[in-house]
Design a protein around this ligand. Structure first.
Ligand code: FES
Length: 107
């Protein structure tokens, strides 16, 4: 497990990651998608586990799900569990946002 720190303050992170716009970052060797909904941050794999569509233009809903733009499969942003469709779960990475910034844990 590796830990990556982004930003130096909570305010800095909230400014750096606009709400509802999915950003891709490189953490070590891994591409990771980051999404902010209000003050909650989610990190997950940037490609859909179904057929590999980019999730950077995916939608979200009020149930904290991400909806793939290609076939509309839905995944739980907190756990990665597939909620509609038939494929493996999406990889999600634990995030902690506090006064020191954002920490993301990558396996
Ligand atoms: S590629 Fe994402 S649902 Fe099919």
């Amino acid at each position: 497990m590796r830990e990556f720190q982004l930003g130096k303050s909570k305010e800095g992170v909230l400014e750096m990651i606009p709400e509802r716009r999915i950003k891709k970052v490189m953490l070590g060797e891994r591409e990771v998608a980051i999404l902010r909904l209000k003050e909650k941050i989610y990190a997950f794999e940037p490609f859909c586990p179904h057929r590999g569509a980019s999730l950077l233009t995916a939608f979200t809903n009020a149930q904290e799900e991400i909806i793939c733009p290609l076939h509309q499969y839905r995944f739980d942003l907190k756990t990665g569990q597939v909620r509609s469709g038939y494929c493996r779960d999406m990889e999600v990475y634990p995030c902690t946002l506090n006064e020191e910034g954002l920490t993301i844990q990558i396996p």
